[in-house]
Design a binder for this molecule. Structure first.
Ligand SMILES: [Zn+2]
Length: 415
């Protein structure tokens, strides 16, 4: 009896030891699992997603999340000052609030004003800090080509080719200094446009940017490619990597000295009374060649009392330039002549109301005279050697993508 009790005790002890061992193992495993679980929770945090509806204001939504009036004020100020966000847009903006536990205060707010931009507000030691995160869209390339038919404008032909209106408007802007859309359009000209469609989570959100343009212009093929330089800036370049956005020159004659600047009130040296000087005067000797400030078409060539011999060139739908007091015009340059940037259109003189040989130069934007020295013009931007080498690779890729899409328009091609 006693013996068997001892045996029982021994058995019991063994069972207890085994039980304890199993218990310890279980605790250890569960601790490991919990630790792992906590880490996961730490990354995910507790989040609540809010879609802004009509009538919602930032302070209302933040208040609903238990954020204090003082913090709401701070956050609104940061958003306005650092991020440029003044209010919320119903049915499009989203906000994600994160906290470390269900009942803990909000420590992170992510404002999503567009699929391509997130504003992250974090609270560290009571200080709110904003950070803007740009999200690269998933972009698909779309290729469209067409031909100008009799009586077409580029717009009509572009729409017929299936180019969306917004993309066409961008193409107009890009080609503006290269072509005159009223006069450089002829039946039989071919064009193509490669542009992006932006996707977010598999859904098309919008049309993106123009990637490449090709246009059979009167002066030869015009080609443009979009390229991101090593510093991150984006520009458009021709086949060889030269800046494709041709601008107007502020000073048509290189190194010429300004003798009279643009002014709305100046005492006229010859007339003797106050009169606006709607251009800039450059000193140069009689007979100095005058190059065109940009590509365009001559819209006026003649003589009047004030300007003497003058030429007016239309560069695009908004810009014109005028050159006055010429001694003579260049051969072959008349009304209707298409000119390149830098092409000689005439020679410096002192015809009209003038005190001595000089070039009087005007820039007219949308019918109003602007100061050639200060008017905002698109910059000419050429690539350096490093970027040029990279550009030529990208150009090959763009060209081959366009070729593939011309044959198989439904293919999903990304750059
Ligand atoms: Zn002048």
């Amino acid at each position: 009896m006693k013996k068997s009790k001892n045996i029982m005790n021994a058995n019991c002890l063994a069972q207890i030891i085994l039980f304890v061992a199993i218990l310890l193992a279980t605790v250890a495993i569960s601790m490991l699992v919990t630790k792992h679980g906590r880490q996961t929770l730490g990354i995910q945090e507790c989040t609540s997603h809010v879609t802004v509806s009509s009538g919602d204001t930032l302070s209302k939504l933040l208040g609903e999340q238990g954020i204090s009036a003082k913090d709401i004020d701070t956050i609104s100020k940061i958003l306005k000052k650092d991020v440029g966000i003044k209010g919320l847009r119903a049915d499009s903006d989203k906000i994600i609030f994160s906290r470390r536990a269900d009942d803990a205060p909000v420590t992170k707010i992510v404002l999503i004003p567009s699929p391509w931009k997130q504003v992250e507000l974090t609270c560290n030691d009571g200080q709110w800090v904003a950070k803007t995160i740009d999200i690269e869209p998933d972009s698909r390339l779309i290729y469209k080509d067409g031909e100008i038919k009799d009586g077409d404008s580029f717009y009509t032909a572009g729409i017929r080719a299936g180019i969306p209106e917004g993309i066409l408007a961008d193409v107009y802007d890009l080609l503006a200094f290269e072509m005159d859309f009223e006069r450089d359009i002829r039946a039989g000209q071919n064009f193509s446009v490669l542009y992006e469609e932006n996707y977010s989570e598999g859904q098309k959100v919008e049309n993106g940017r123009v990637v490449a343009i090709s246009f059979q212009a009167l002066r030869g093929d015009v080609k443009m490619y979009r390229f991101r330089k090593s510093d991150g800036s984006i520009g458009y370049y021709d086949e060889d990597g030269n800046g494709a956005i041709k601008s107007l020159k502020r000073t048509p004659i290189n190194n010429a000295r300004v003798t009279s600047s643009f002014s709305l009130h100046r005492l006229h040296p010859v007339l003797g009374f106050t009169r606006a000087h709607k251009g800039v005067d450059f000193r140069a000797g009689t007979g100095t060649p005058i190059p065109s400030a940009g590509a365009g078409r001559v819209v006026a060539r003649g003589y009047n009392n004030g300007y003497g011999n003058f030429i007016k060139i239309r560069h695009n739908s908004s810009f014109e330039t005028l050159y006055g007091h010429m001694s003579r015009f260049a051969k072959g340059v008349g009304v209707g002549t298409a000119v390149r940037q830098g092409q000689i259109i005439g020679y410096v003189g002192s015809t009209g109301i003038s005190t001595g040989p000089h070039l009087h130069y005007e820039i007219i934007r949308n019918g109003s005279h602007v100061n050639p020295m200060t008017v905002k013009l698109p910059a000419i931007d050429n690539l350096n050697a490093e970027n040029k080498a990279k550009f030529l690779e990208v150009r090959k890729l763009i060209d081959s993508s366009a070729k593939v899409l011309a044959r198989k328009p439904d293919m999903f091609v990304q750059l």
